[in-house]
Design a binder for this molecule. Structure first.
Ligand SMILES: [Mg+2]
Length: 228
């Protein structure tokens, strides 16, 4: 039986690539750089690389926020303050909240049957705004953001801090659903709860992190949860 469902946000409920594309384009335009497809794509690669470093514990979240712009602007040979770019980016990112297909319907179906929580390594100010503006806030019993808890997924302390906020919490009745093997699935395993990998494109697992369950579409989740 499952009572508590923890959802990752970016690329699990929120369509992060679309938000990111819109936000970085706004940053580039703001600083007089043409938002070409290749520049936008390159930013995305750099950002992914920086998040990988964060998930491996090699950089801090604060370093990540500026490092991605330091790398991008140095490659573009332009002189823009990374902290100014970060401020524009954060504001732009918070203003976009496209959802993964079926995300709202999924939450609406699970609402009332399970306690639903968001668990995200995103930036608090950005995620708070997107959760509110997208209307997803009404489905969540709690929102746990790494910046506030002081630890990020997959650190077990992130999950322990989240669990401590839930009255009568029981790990045996909990599952995490997320797209990232390294943060969501490993984090869930570290924390001793069940794990469901959301893998829409059927990406090959190149890690030794094995999720308990895998879904390709969000619409598969209610049926899975009922069986557990
Ligand atoms: Mg994610």
């Amino acid at each position: 039986m499952i009572k508590y469902v923890f959802f990752d946000l970016d690329e699990t409920l929120f369509d992060f690539p679309t938000s990111e594309r819109l936000a970085i384009s706004e940053v580039l335009v703001k600083f007089g750089i043409s938002p070409t497809e290749s520049t936008v794509k390159r930013y995305s690669e750099i950002n992914r690389y920086c998040w990988d470093l964060l998930e491996l514990g090699r950089i801090t979240k604060g370093e990540l926020l500026e490092k991605r712009f330091v790398i991008l602007f140095s490659e573009l040979c332009v002189n823009v303050s990374p902290s100014d770019a970060q401020a524009v980016y954060e504001n732009a990112l918070g203003s976009h909240h496209p959802l993964i297909h079926g995300a709202r319907e999924l939450l609406s179906e699970l609402y009332g049957k399970y306690s639903i929580y968001a668990v995200t390594n995103g930036t608090a100010i950005v995620q708070d705004r997107r959760i509110r503006d997208s209307g997803l806030h009404k489905y969540f019993d709690g929102v746990f953001i790494s910046e506030r808890l002081g630890y990020a997924k997959p650190d077990v302390r992130f999950f322990e801090a989240a669990f401590a906020n839930i009255k009568d919490f029981d790990k045996k009745l909990a599952i995490i659903v997320g797209d990232s093997l390294r943060s969501d699935i490993l984090g869930g395993k570290n924390a001793g709860i069940r794990t469901c990998h959301y893998n829409p494109v059927g990406r090959a697992n190149e890690t030794d992190i094995m999720p308990d369950y895998e879904i390709k579409k969000l619409s598969e989740l209610p049926g899975l949860l009922k069986e557990l």
